[in-house]
Design a protein around this ligand. Structure first.
Ligand code: UD1
Length: 351
């Protein structure tokens, strides 16, 4: 019997890539999404890539407990990967209530249903944002989290804590009160970029992209006039910020490794945290020039003032994930940037 994984937010950028890799690894997938920040493009792409027309799709809002409960009743879920959340840092500062309500309530509902229905493990999509402006680099999972600088970042920290507490509290449950133990893993992503090699799924930002790579590809295709590189006076070699850009397919494979660890009972502790990155710092300027070189395009860019809230540098120590998950990022940054460009051209009908 195949194990069944519920992917909340599964029609989005990361969720769609994860669905593809789960199916390739032999899992059944149920996609749930309220479509608040995406259209069906990526879900259709997932069906095409996997050749599976029958992937169940549930248009639900995880903030509605009855809907979540129905999904758990209808499908026998072995693991849930929770992506369904808002993710724009600036917007979260302007609309904290919207962020706290959506990101926390949806996850509480998932945690509740996982315990009530039993036999379900929970994988939470967290972020390197929880480390803030870390003093020592690269960061390990034991690097202390710093106070979040945005409601978005705070929802990631709070959700990690919710998972940790639910795992601890439910560990002694035996189903007598209609509740069962929940085990959990939080994956802290660094900067996911790129697209599936088929160019059938990728990042589809609405409006002006906040993140670097979609802004680069949209500038290269002519949708945006000029890329602003935010700050070239940082204390780094070329003056621009350093990040750990992780290929989206590599990132998706880390989820498969984490889900397998959970459903096969291989966890070392009931709640675990892993950094998911490459361990390799790349500057914004390096990324821009690598994009130009690998794709043979000239990018219109300028240096602009620093963006408020940006940290100078962050990258991962990935040894724990490498060792425990038996997973390692494989694609080079050049391959990843080529895939991002192929996706942008696919969207423009130029591929
Ligand atoms: C951001 C969020 C992070 C979140 C992640 C989700 C902040 C401070 N952090 O990470 O919490 O988890 O997105 O994807 O917003 N850059 C430019 N020009 C641009 C856009 C970005 O120079 O037009 C630079 C930024 O200054 C930064 C780097 O590119 O140095 C990466 O930026 P971005 O892609 O937005 O990711 P983060 O800020 O690292």
């Amino acid at each position: 019997m195949k194990k069944k994984v519920l992917v909340s937010g599964g029609a989005g950028y990361i969720g769609s890539h994860v669905s593809v890799e789960l199916i390739a690894a032999g899992y059944d997938v149920v996609v749930a999404d309220n479509m608040s920040n995406c259209d069906m493009t990526c879900f259709e792409g997932v069906k095409k890539i996997t050749g599976r027309e029958d992937i169940p799709f549930e248009k639900i809002d995880c903030c509605d407990y009855a809907s979540v409960d129905r999904i758990f009743s209808e499908y026998k879920i072995d693991a849930v990967i929770h992506f369904a959340a808002f993710k724009a840092v600036g917007e979260s500062v302007a609309e904290p209530v919207k962020y706290y309500r959506n990101n926390l309530l949806s996850f509480l509902n998932i945690l509740e249903a996982a315990s009530v229905h039993g036999g379900c493990n929970v994988l939470f999509s967290s972020s390197a944002t929880v480390y803030g402006d870390a003093e020592h680099l690269p960061v390990t999972e034991n690097t202390p989290r710093l106070p979040a600088t945005s409601p978005y970042g705070n929802t990631k920290q709070m959700s990690e804590d919710m998972l940790r507490d639910v795992v601890a509290a439910t560990s002694s449950y035996d189903g007598k009160d209609g509740r069962w133990p929940v085990k959990g893993i939080a994956l802290r992503y660094f900067n996911p970029i790129g697209a599936h090699p088929s160019a059938l799924i990728g990042e589809l930002p609405r409006g002006v992209p906040n993140n670097l790579v979609p802004f680069i590809t949209q500038t290269a295709i002519g949708k945006r006039e000029c890329l602003s590189i935010f700050g070239n006076d940082y204390p780094t070699e070329d003056g621009t910020c350093l990040r750990d850009y992780i290929d989206i397919v590599d990132l998706a494979k880390a989820h498969v490794a984490a889900v397998s660890r959970m459903v096969e009972g291989k966890m070392a502790k009931d709640y675990e945290i892993f950094n998911i990155g490459t361990g390799r710092p790349v500057s914004v300027y390096e990324l821009v020039t690598a994009f130009e070189k690998v794709n043979g395009v000239k990018l219109n860019y300028k240096f602009a003032p620093r963006r408020p809230g940006d940290v100078v540098a962050i990258w991962a120590d990935t040894s724990l994930a490498n060792r425990e998950l038996g997973w390692k990022a494989e694609r080079t940054v050049e391959e990843t940037l080529a895939s991002a460009w192929a996706w942008e051209r696919h969207l423009a009908g130029k591929l």
